[in-house]
Write a protein that binds this ligand. Structure first.
Ligand SMILES: [Zn+2]
Length: 333
């Protein structure tokens, strides 16, 4: 199973137990120091019970009764607040404690039980661990981005140097992740191997994962293999993975164009990319060595229009970075 929901559930249970224990310790501490607060708790509970008892006994509970009880409870709460602050406790010191205030450590929010950000973060972390990406993402992120590996010599066709261009894309990528909460556009990163698009893709992924977005990362070949496994082998894991491709906040399809082009691959790629386009707030980042013209030549009109149509296209250029990196290593030696 790709996502071990039971393991995540156990983590949430642990968090709840931990917070409950902390709260109990706080209560014991406060009740020992300020016994009156314990009495207040009992009095509030008692006045509520009295009213219930009256109702159960068949007596009429008037508006005045309810109001009197509410007033009493309010006064008691005010006294409790005063006592807490008087003893230098924060006013919420005895409240329930949560690691995640949004879902109150339930992992889901709302009546539709949508995954909370904290839960998505855990799922993505699991995916990253299982895809052996954790090493890559800790090595390749916005903090480790090194502009000096890009050539500063202006490129004839583009009028700027690769370094200049990367500086600008770096800024754009920052803006992209910064605005991801409100505005999730699609990105198409094109250019030859080793021009920095994979690195920038990793930067974007790492940042969004860290902030709790569900990010799913596959090569085009990987996407198609999972779809095959899910439909032909009926693999449960693959089915789950395909579902994640549809649900992710950001789906990254790396190396588009390295897969074999068949009717199956074209129709499945169309299926997933199109499905994400019609869902609200689902972004897709595609990275490829193909040029936009290649894409049109290689894929059906329908598929290429989905890939190119709504995406912000970033065209990378320059020398193979791996060569530049090697040269840099020699210089440093
Ligand atoms: Zn949460």
């Amino acid at each position: 199973m790709i996502i071990d929901h039971a393991a995540i559930k156990r983590e949430y249970d642990k968090v709840k137990a931990k917070n409950k224990a902390i709260r109990r310790m706080r209560q014991e501490e406060v009740y020992a120091r300020i016994p009156r607060i314990m009495e207040i708790k009992k009095e509030i509970a008692k006045s509520g019970k009295e009213l219930t008892r009256k109702m159960l006994a068949g007596h009429e509970v008037t508006e005045a009764d309810t109001q009197a009880m509410e007033k009493k409870a309010k006064n008691l709460m005010q006294e409790r607040l005063f006592l807490l602050t008087e003893h230098n406790y924060p006013t919420n010191y005895l409240d329930e404690i949560y690691d995640c205030e949004i879902c109150k450590d339930e992992g889901t929010v709302g009546i539709h039980k949508k995954w909370c950000k904290c839960y998505q973060k855990r799922m993505t972390e699991q995916l990253v661990e299982k895809s052996n990406m954790s090493g890559t993402l800790s090595a390749e992120n916005f903090d480790t981005f090194d502009l000096t590996i890009f050539s500063s010599v202006p490129d004839e066709n583009h009028g700027v140097s690769p370094r200049e261009y990367m500086k600008d894309r770096f800024k754009k990528a920052h803006e992209y992740v910064g605005g991801f909460d409100h505005n999730r556009g699609n990105l198409l990163l094109v250019g030859p191997t080793g021009t920095g698009k994979t690195f920038l893709t990793h930067c974007i992924a790492e940042d969004l994962i860290r902030r709790g977005f569900l990010v799913v990362y596959f090569t085009a070949i990987g996407v198609l293999n999972k779809i095959k496994e899910a439909s032909f082998d009926k693999s449960y894991e693959a089915k789950q993975m395909v579902a994640m491709m549809h649900q992710a906040d950001l789906l990254i399809i790396d190396d588009l164009g390295t897969e074999m082009t068949t009717d199956f691959s074209v129709s499945e790629l169309f299926g997933i990319i199109n499905d994400r386009l019609i869902q609200p707030r689902k972004a897709t980042l595609i990275s490829t060595n193909l040029t936009p013209e290649n894409i049109q030549d290689r894929y059906s009109e329908r598929l290429s229009s989905r890939i190119l149509g709504k995406a912000d296209i970033w065209e990378f250029f320059g020398d193979d970075l791996r060569i530049a990196l090697k040269l840099k290593e020699y210089e440093e030696e």
